[in-house]
Design a protein around this ligand. Structure first.
Ligand code: ADP
Ligand code: MG
Length: 370
């Protein structure tokens, strides 16, 4: 599918002229990722929801990974509530397992298959990395995962199957590993089951999990996305994560990989974060890989980081003033953006008012009700 996706961002004022500004991308071809930054309460979620709604309404599938309950009706911008209701499906992963083919070894185009041992090795390292497991525990986990993967059709609930297998090993190392892993494996988070992503917003609720488990689950879900997409032949997809400031984006985590390599595989992200100070310099560089950046009013201590993202040293003072004066619903947009009827995009940072959102809401309602 190589279709132009035009996404309305807001209004730009030039003298007394009000001009609409939009991004235009071919999602299977261009980087169509969005990074949205700003102090709490200045309009990140509203802008993100507007972008998500438009993508879903254009028949792209959006997976929303909800770590802070941001997609609960009471946290949606009121104008958008109905549209979200129309276009979303919900899974509260705390109570309902997420259907996934994450535990299915890949079938390569040349007819060969991924070995279950390799898959379990990768998965156990993702889990071990977040939970800081010892090497011997990681090895036992990998072994247990391999059992579960090999027997996935009989025991589709993967974590409980791994838990049971670990307990069955009965060695010192396995008892150790079980002690560390039981709190996570007690949750039946993933069910091995064929999935077909239909268009619309698929909301995966993770808000009830402890913070450390959220990070593991997000990384596993992103690994799943990355692995599936890198097989090729998938329609473009968007992954939306609001309040992502506590996730890691270093190059070993899949969020980092998706930011840097997602374009090749038609995988895009829409990320919102209230802080970038906590990210190290290389993580901030990673965030900059997103083609479109929306910077809302920064917290006092963050102004300098935003200015660094946006401008060369000689323009930073000027941009800092602009940032400090932003009001609720206003952002500095940076990335290729189309102003009014212009045929070529502007790449210099411009100030955008995220407004006329009723039109986005009513467009998505009129389509989904037909
Ligand atoms: N573009 C906008 N137009 C009108 N009101 C807005 C806009 N953006 C934000 N607001 C108001 O500000 C509140 C906070 O916005 P929100 O997007 O939730 O902030 P953040 O996610 O940055 O904490 C919203 O509930 C809404 O009342
Ligand atoms: Mg928010």
């Amino acid at each position: 599918m190589s279709m132009l996706s035009q996404t309305y961002i807001g209004k730009y004022y030039e003298g007394n002229q009000e001009l609409s500004v939009s991004t235009k991308s071919i999602p299977g071809q261009d980087n169509d990722s969005y990074v949205i930054l700003g102090e709490s309460g200045y309009g990140k979620s509203v802008a993100a929801q507007s972008i998500v709604l438009q993508k879903a309404n254009q028949s792209y599938s959006v997976r929303s990974i909800d770590i802070h309950n941001s997609s609960a009706p009471e946290h949606l911008f009121p104008i958008f509530r109905k549209s979200f209701e129309h276009l979303s499906s919900q899974i509260d992963a705390y109570n309902t397992p997420i259907p996934t083919t994450l535990f299915e070894p890949l079938h390569y185009a040349d007819g060969t298959m991924e070995s279950p041992a390799d898959l379990s090795y990768t998965l156990s390292n993702i889990i071990a990395n977040h939970l800081r497991l010892s090497r011997s525990s990681t090895a036992v986990l990998s072994e247990a995962l391999e059992h579960a993967i090999s027997d996935r059709d009989n025991n589709p609930d993967i974590f409980p199957a791994v838990h049971k297998t670990l307990e069955g090993f009965g060695t010192k190392a396995s008892r150790n590993a079980t002690a560390h892993l039981a709190p996570l494996l007690r949750h039946n988070i993933f069910r091995h089951q064929p999935v077909n992503h239909s268009f619309g917003i698929e909301n995966i609720g993770l808000s009830k999990f402890p913070p450390l488990f959220k990070n593991v689950i997000v990384d596993l879900l992103l690994f799943d996305e990355f692995r599936t997409a890198s097989q090729g032949g998938q329609p473009p997809r968007y992954i939306y994560i609001d309040e992502m400031q506590n996730l890691s984006i270093d190059k070993d985590c899949y969020l980092g990989k998706i930011l840097t390599e997602g374009r090749k595989y038609s995988l895009n992200v829409i990320l919102a974060s209230q802080s970038i100070r906590e990210f190290n310099a290389s993580e901030r560089t990673m965030l900059c890989q997103a083609n479109h950046k929306l910077l809302f009013h920064p917290a006092l201590l963050e102004v300098k980081y935003y200015a660094e993202l946006l401008a060369s040293p000689q323009h930073r003072a000027e941009i800092s003033d602009l940032l400090r004066n932003l009001e609720v619903g206003q952002c500095v947009f940076q990335g290729p953006i189309y102003i009014g009827e212009e045929a070529k995009p502007t790449c210099a940072p411009i100030c955008v008012n995220v407004s006329h959102l009723e039109d986005i809401a009513s467009a998505s309602l009129s389509k989904s009700s037909t």
